[in-house]
Design a protein around this ligand. Structure first.
Ligand code: DX5
Ligand code: ZN
Length: 226
C-alpha cells in the first residue's frame, strides 16, 4: 500500500453518503470499481455543525478494505485525536489550518505516527494561510463547499484557489497531492483537473448515483482520463 506518489490521479469516495447499514459491502464495491482511496469525514459538531464518525469507524473500514484510508478531520483541537486515528488504521490524516494554531507541530505529529500529513482550507481561507508549511505537507485539501454536509453546491471560486496552490506546489517542486472535496461530479471534476488537482473526493456522485456506486465511480473515472 503506497501513498507516496502524486503523479497518479486519485479518486476517493467519501463514505459520508454511504449506506451505513451495509458499509462493508459499499467499501467492497468501491474497491472492485477501482476507487483509489476511501475518504472518511470526521465531524465534531463544533468546528462544523454536523457530527459524524470517529476512530471506531476507521477501524471498521480498515478491516474490510486494503485501500488507503484518507481521514479528513473537521474537528477542533485535532491534535488530541490524531494518535487514535493513526492506531485505527488511517493512511492520510488531514487537519484544517483554521483549527490548528500550531499547524507545524500538528503536521509533525501526524508524520511521526507514520501517516501522510494533510492540511485543509475552507472556501473562505486564502491560499496564503498555508504558505509557510507548504513544504511540510504530503497533501493539500481545497474545500470546494463549506465543510459539514455532503450534497452541497460546488463553489466555483475555489477553482482559482486550487490553481494558485498548484503553482505554489510546483514552485517548491513538491509531490504533495492537491485534493479537492465538495460538490465534485462529472461537471466540476474536469475544472479542478485543469486547475491541477490530483485527488478527487466525492460522496453524492458515487453513493447517490442513480445506477449505484460502481456507475458513479466509472463516470467520474471517465472524466479523469479526459
Ligand atoms: C464535506 C465533506 C466532504 C463531503 C463531500 O464537509 O468534507 O467530503 O462528503 O460530499 P459531496 O461529494 O456530496 O459534496
Ligand atoms: Zn471530506
Amino acid at each position: 500500500m503506497s501513498t507516496t506518489r502524486a503523479n497518479q490521479l486519485i479518486l476517493a469516495p467519501s463514505i459520508l453518503s454511504a449506506d451505513f447499514t451495509r458499509l462493508g459491502e459499499e467499501l467492497t464495491e468501491c474497491e472492485s470499481a477501482g476507487a483509489d482511496w476511501i475518504h472518511v469525514d470526521v465531524m465534531d459538531g463544533h468546528f462544523v455543525p454536523n457530527i459524524t464518525m470517529g476512530p471506531f469507524i476507521v477501524e471498521a473500514c480498515r478491516r474490510v478494505t486494503k485501500l488507503p484510508l484518507d481521514v479528513h478531520l473537521m474537528i477542533e483541537k485535532p491534535e488530541r485525536h490524531i494518535e487514535a486515528f493513526a492506531k485505527a488504521g488511517a493512511s492520510n490524516i488531514t487537519v484544517h489550518v483554521e483549527a490548528c494554531p500550531h499547524i507545524h507541530r500538528t503536521l509533525q505529529q501526524i508524520k511521526s505516527l507514520g501517516c501522510k500529513a494533510g492540511v485543509a482550507l475552507n472556501p473562505g481561507t486564502p491560499s496564503a494561510a498555508i504558505d509557510s508549511i507548504l513544504d511540510e505537507v504530503d497533501l493539500v485539501l481545497v474545500m470546494s463547499v463549506n465543510p459539514g454536509y455532503s450534497g452541497q453546491k460546488f463553489i466555483s471560486s475555489t477553482v482559482e484557489k486550487a490553481g494558485d496552490i498548484r503553482n505554489k506546489l510546483d514552485a517548491l517542486n513538491s509531490s504533495a497531492w492537491l485534493e479537492v472535496d465538495g460538490g465534485i461530479d462529472t461537471e466540476t471534476l474536469p475544472k479542478m483537473l485543469v486547475a491541477g488537482a490530483t485527488a478527487f473526493v466525492a460522496a453524492t456522485a458515487v453513493f447517490k448515483h442513480p445506477n449505484g456506486a460502481t456507475a458513479g465511480i466509472k463516470a467520474l473515472q471517465s472524466t479523469m482520463r479526459a
